[in-house]
Design a protein around this ligand. Structure first.
Ligand code: NI
Length: 167
């Protein structure tokens, strides 16, 4: 396994749209293992392949307290959504920024597992937020893009300042 570098907003590569995985093979399983290691090390609760500059429809999530429940989704798609919730979100690609985003309360998602078999998952609460956040990444959308233009401008300025300090 290997740690992968995570792209930082506003890197334009975060806006690339991911393509579907045509075959779930060892290279995809290796990507998922590396993404999981990178997510746990960060630490974070979700990571999309887009964030490690691999533009394939793959996400990993673990919202459990003890980091024991890794979920991997290949070619995920949301089939149904209902309700509404506002949750404070952060993102490994937008370090230090936490903002409330309104999303669906419940989602039903379909994806392929590590063996390439389809499964569906009914998610709610934090897991539902995470699924929606990570699928957004695959569409080239970062969570701050749900916020007002004014807020996005402030966040870009703050991150640019951080980059200058740490460079
Ligand atoms: Ni994110």
């Amino acid at each position: 396994m290997a740690l992968l570098p995570i792209l930082r907003y506003p890197d334009p590569r975060l806006h690339k749209k991911a393509t579907s995985v045509s075959q779930v093979d060892d290279s995809v399983r290796k990507l998922i293992a590396d993404m999981a290691e990178t997510m746990y090390e960060a630490p974070g609760i979700g990571l999309a392949a887009t964030q490690v500059d691999v533009h394939k429809r793959v996400i990993v999530i673990d919202v459990s307290e003890d980091k024991s429940t890794l979920l991997a989704f290949i070619n995920p798609e949301i089939l149904e959504r209902s309700g509404e919730q506002a949750c404070e979100e952060g993102c490994l690609s937008v370090p230090g920024i936490y903002e409330k985003v309104i999303r669906s309360e419940r989602v039903k998602v379909r994806a392929l597992d590590l063996q390439g078999k389809p499964f569906t998952l009914q998610a709610e609460g934090l897991l539902a937020v995470c699924v929606q956040h990570e699928i957004d990444h695959l569409e080239g959308k970062v969570f701050v893009e749900h916020l007002s233009q004014l807020k996005q401008g402030r966040i870009k300025a703050k991150l640019a300042k951080q980059a200058r300090i740490t460079a």
